[in-house]
Design a protein around this ligand. Structure first.
Ligand code: CO
Length: 140
């Protein structure tokens, strides 16, 4: 089952400039910076409305190399909303369910994503152009 929107991912060309901008917008600094070398991406995470019931997480994404998925996205679509991430309780079961429903998964198995999550993406061609991320917190 998909539960809450865990975060919204935004593709940016210049992480430093965008961190300045979003820090002013949200009036809060990122709580985490993380590079996922396997995906060619560096990220920063914001908690908007932190500590309250309805906090919102925003992930900024910048490419670390020209052949990464984020670089390709920026080339094709420019800066902007890149993905919606939904929390799931059991990512493997959810991947199986969605596969059976006819959705195309971008990986056969969950991958280790940023912010201590197992993640899997659905192909946007099957979701009205919206890249959907499933994410499950890693508990160890
Ligand atoms: Co994400």
């Amino acid at each position: 089952m998909l539960t809450n929107v865990e975060h919204i991912g935004i593709a940016v060309r210049n992480m430093a400039a965008s961190n300045d901008l979003f820090s002013k917008l949200f009036n809060v600094v990122p709580y985490k910076f993380e590079t996922v070398e396997s995906e060619g991406v560096t990220t920063s995470f914001y908690r908007v409305n932190a500590g309250r019931e309805s906090q919102t997480k925003i992930e900024l994404l910048e490419a670390t190399r020209s052949d990464s998925p984020i670089a390709k996205f920026l080339e094709k679509k420019g800066e902007g909303i890149h993905h919606l991430a939904f929390e799931v309780d059991d990512i493997v079961a959810e991947m199986e369910r969605l596969k059976n429903e006819g959705f195309t998964l971008l990986s056969e198995a969950p991958k280790r994503g940023a912010d201590n999550k197992l993640v899997c993406f659905l192909h946007p061609k099957g979701t009205n152009g919206v890249l959907i991320e499933l994410c499950q917190e890693i508990k160890e």
